[in-house]
Design a protein around this ligand. Structure first.
Ligand code: NAD
Length: 511
């Protein structure tokens, strides 16, 4: 009892807020006191630092200083010696000086047709890095690697705990972990990003492994970064090929799984399909709005459009677009991802839709709202504005507890993130098995297994929510229903906790 009271009297944090649903479900099922304590806080919270040598860069000079350099002539530098960064700076490579003509005053140069820049000499920089290992009762820690400027220990604790619930819900033999670096990758050159990634794994190596903790991509990281992590972990190891499963989300040519890139969006689409099937309908003809057009958002949109649903509006970090007659998703994908001049890979400026303000997204009348960007976006006020029947969560933690209460009050249904975006970790598990067995499955095989896994677990959660225990050819919810109805988010947590608790009950505690 004392530990619980101590936790309650502490200042609320995003972690304690995120754990509200854990405590609600734990109370409902009378979770074993000791299991509750094991799950209340992570097993390990690793914080460490990585240092990287940053290259010399040219940083745009503030407008207020421009007058001083009005007479400075243009400098001519070899263009491919300058790497453009998304924050408007250039990373300077020595070859830029071949046949150069440089005019510099107080470290300021003027680049032809570009403007004035201050030369910032290269120097080492230190970045804060994390790996939170939340729980491993069901298997090795598993969870993504995030490179983002707004991360914190508390955020990684939230995300690592969420992985513990998600792996249990997806019924894959893993626990939960999450980590990353506090850095805006847009401010790094490709070489600096590579150096930072390698150094991160150099520090992380003693803590992880294919049977211990298995990172994957998350915001700001991708298959290329996973390839670097793999190489750094396995470099020089005698049996390095057997260690391929140390990271998932790799390129298919180096042990990645077919269908992994699309898996999270695919899983969300399967949940939405099941939501409609339960009502004797199909997603064809349904309309949806979307926040985030990255990995999860763009793939979910493409798959739903393939099922005949219509995308009406999209918001991302660059802007918001809207078309009352529907946005052609393959065309938008080409505009964002196949257009080299779209450096920020944003939907902003898409010519075949109206540009609207970020806030207006939430007012668009549609059947489904898919948040697939960052957490905390569907707040109470946003939930009050939504004109949809269903919120299908692709992002992690996109709805605040107040947002949840408003959605419930307004009768808007919910596909919670821990099942909605579990497709990624499910196919990560398939990747890990393929690596262990040295196999390579077809996309049809992966998607067939994924569909069966996501839909059967979704059905169990729905049965818990409605308190309708059933055993069918595809699912069995009799073990998990709790004798009363609960909301979908609580139902998902009930399923997770019952599956985790079974390990403690049947295996006991190591002393
Ligand atoms: P991503 O980096 O590929 O894309 C993120 C998208 O969100 C981009 O379109 C970006 O423009 C947009 N965005 C960022 N900040 C925004 C803001 N302030 N307002 C509006 N849009 C903003 O990331 P992703 O892999 O698609 O992940 C998206 C979410 O899904 C995250 O919450 C992540 O944790 C979660 N998730 C991802 C996976 C996966 O397999 N990729 C699996 C489970 C959960």
């Amino acid at each position: 009892m004392t530990a619980r009271i101590a936790a309650e009297t502490k200042r609320p944090t995003i972690y304690t807020e995120a754990m509200e649903v854990f405590h609600r479900a734990a109370d409902l099922i009378g979770l074993d006191r000791r299991v509750r304590m094991e799950l209340e806080e992570p097993d390990y919270e690793h914080i460490f630092y990585v240092t990287v040598k940053m290259h010399t860069r040219l940083v745009p000079l503030p407008q207020t200083e421009h007058a001083k350099y009005a007479q400075l002539p243009d400098s001519e530098l070899l263009p491919d010696g300058l790497e453009p960064l998304l924050d408007g700076s250039f990373v300077f490579r020595r070859r830029a000086l071949i046949n150069a003509n440089v005019f510099m005053r107080d470290g300021v140069v003027r680049l032809k047709n570009k403007g004035l820049y201050r030369v910032l000499p290269g120097r080492p920089e230190r970045f804060k890095a994390y790996r939170v290992q939340h729980n491993q009762a069901r298997g090795p820690y598993k969870g993504g690697t995030r490179f983002h400027q707004d991360v914190s220990l508390d955020l990684f604790k939230v995300l690592a705990a969420e992985m513990t619930w998600k792996t249990a819900i997806a019924d894959v033999p893993f626990g939960g972990g999450k980590g990353g670096i506090k850095v805006d990758p847009k401010t790094l050159s490709s070489e600096e990003l590579e150096a930072l990634t390698l150094r991160y794994m150099y520090r992380l190596k003693p803590l992880i492994g294919p049977n211990l903790d298995i990172p994957a991509p998350d915001v700001g990281t991708d298959g290329t970064i996973m390839g670097l992590l793999l190489r750094q972990f396995t470099d020089g190891e005698r049996e390095r090929h057997s260690l391929r499963g140390v990271v998932t989300g790799k390129d298919t040519r180096i042990g990645g799984s077919e269908g992994r890139v699309k898996a999270t969006g695919q899983g969300l689409a399967y949940c939405i399909q099941e939501w409609y099937a339960d009502r004797g309908a199909v997603p064809a003809g349904a309309t949806f709005i979307l926040q985030g057009f990255g990995n999860v958002g763009s793939n979910a949109a493409e798959i739903l459009a393939g099922m005949g649903a219509k995308l009406l509006a999209v918001n991302d970090s660059g802007g918001t677009i809207y078309s009352p007659t529907g946005i052609d998703v393959p065309d938008l994908l080409a505009y964002v991802y196949e257009n080299p001049s779209n450096l920020r890979k944003t939907v902003a400026g898409y010519p075949k839709a109206q540009q609207i303000s970020r806030n207006d997204l939430w007012d668009v009348d549609a059947d489904i709202c898919i948040p697939a960007a960052l957490g905390g976006e569907i707040t109470g006020p946003v939930a009050e504005r939504l004109k949809v029947k269903l919120v299908a969560e692709g992002a992690n933690g996109p709805t605040t507890p107040e947002g949840d209460r408003v959605l419930a009050k307004r009768g808007i249904e919910l596909i919670p993130d821990i099942i909605g975006n579990a497709g990624g970790v499910t196919v990560s598990y398939y990747e890990w098995i393929q690596n262990k067995r040295m196999e390579h499955w077809s996309e049809t095989e992966v998607n067939g297994r994924l569909e069966q896994a996501i839909k059967s677990n979704y059905r169990i959660i729905r049965d818990i929510s409605r308190n309708t225990p059933r055993r069918t050819a595809t699912h069995n919810s009799t073990r998990y229903c709790i004798g009363k109805e609960v909301d979908m988010r609580t139902a998902a947590m009930v399923l997770a906790l019952k599956r985790i608790e079974a390990h403690y009950q049947l295996e006991g505690f190591s002393q």
